[in-house]
Write a protein that binds this ligand. Structure first.
Ligand code: FE2
Ligand code: FE2
Length: 370
């Protein structure tokens, strides 16, 4: 479990020791977790440090989960009364729904539930808080984040149902991104997406924004910047089909997990090529962003000039983002350390001319906001 204070803190209250242990074990890969067997010790703890989310069983002793939530909603401890609560129960859906409504919990999970359902419910609730904070951003940045999030959510539906992307509406959603870059007003946007709990979304918006910024600095026009933004947002679409536990695994992947992880490139390509309107540049970014100039990349092991310029830019932004992003299991690497790694041990992988330009761009304009 991370000690990083920016990692969300979850409170789990359940008197069933085995079940509680399993839930805590699953969540601890991604969050800080405190667990309690009764509501009295839990209430004391959450008053001392309000968590970001509470998961409570309806039978938690002595008074039960519903009573705990009622009490919580009236508590005067700053920041506690509105903490999102997920109730868990073995009752029938209808009975739980009624209880959730009456006590003021946010949602429920019916036991037994799947590990994936637990993570999805937790992520959704945490993100609602992050997204609510976007209301305070300047209009262009708020529109950019809301628009790209809508697109991203529709992409996950599209990829699951096998339908096609509506590229014109995607391009429309990315226009505010190009606008905030033109106005040199993107920093709060990068800050706003930082704590979003859907990592693929947060990473994709960061890559889209920085690719667009990169494009503007090297003199590409707004249409080309828009293409870079769309390409950045789409480049890892295939990761939506990768199991959460592989995608967010702390530490090294096993060889079989690595095969699954790398499959996100062909999966993304199948998906983009099936949607006939996607421009070639965006497809190239998705196809080649893990290729390396020395031929050691994947999926094709392209070498030198075989790697397209757009993909060279995308690889730089993608690696920089992966290194500097905070994950549940690691803090973000400082900007200068990441750049040193990219110009040193990783030098043979990347286009050094473009990297020099990118380095200047980062040091001049974006430091402190990444
Ligand atoms: Fe990727
Ligand atoms: Fe990526």
């Amino acid at each position: 479990m991370s000690d990083d204070r920016s990692v969300p803190l979850l409170t789990v209250i359940d008197s069933a020791a085995t079940h509680r242990g399993q839930v805590v074990g699953a969540l601890s890969h991604f969050y800080r977790v405190s667990d309690y067997i009764d509501t009295i010790s839990a209430l004391r703890a959450v008053r001392a440090q309000p968590p970001d989310l509470i998961l409570i069983d309806d039978l938690a002793p002595p008074g039960g989960g519903y009573e705990f939530v009622r009490q919580l909603r009236q508590d005067r401890t700053p920041g506690l009364a509105h903490v999102p609560v997920i109730l868990t129960s073995k009752l029938e859906d209808k009975a739980i729904q009624e209880g959730v409504r009456r006590c003021g919990a946010d949602t429920y999970l019916r036991k037994p539930y799947r590990y994936s359902a637990l993570l999805k419910t937790v992520t959704t609730r945490l993100n609602q808080r992050v997204e609510a904070q976007w209301e305070h951003l300047p209009p262009a940045q708020r529109t950019a984040l809301r628009g790209t999030l809508d697109v991203f959510q529709s992409l996950s539906e599209i990829i699951e149902t096998g339908t096609k992307i509506d590229y014109p509406s995607m391009r429309h959603a990315c226009e505010p991104l190009v606008e905030v870059i033109a106005q040199n007003d993107y920093r709060a946007l990068l800050q706003g997406v930082k704590s979003h709990d859907n990592y693929t979304y947060a990473h994709s918006v960061k890559v889209a924004t920085m690719l667009c910024l990169f494009g503007s600095v090297i003199g590409l026009d707004r249409q080309e910047q828009l293409l870079l933004a769309c390409g950045g947002l789409l480049h890892d679409t295939g990761k939506m089909l990768i199991p959460h536990e592989v995608l967010n695994k702390p530490g090294r992947l096993e060889p079989d997990e690595w095969v699954v992880m790398r499959s996100h490139v062909p999966v993304t390509l199948d998906f983009l090529q099936a949607s006939l309107q996607i421009p070639k540049g965006a497809i190239i970014i998705a196809a080649q962003h893990h290729e390396k100039i020395d031929g050691s990349g994947y999926p094709k092991g392209l070498k030198g000039r075989e790697v397209n310029d757009l993909a060279r830019m995308a690889a730089i932004v993608d690696i920089f983002s992966a290194l500097t992003d905070r994950r549940s299991y690691k803090p973000g690497m400082p900007v200068e350390e990441a750049l040193a790694l990219m110009t040193g041990p990783m030098a043979a992988h990347l286009d050094q001319h473009l990297l020099r330009l990118f380095r200047e761009l980062v040091l001049d304009t974006a430091e402190g906001y990444l």
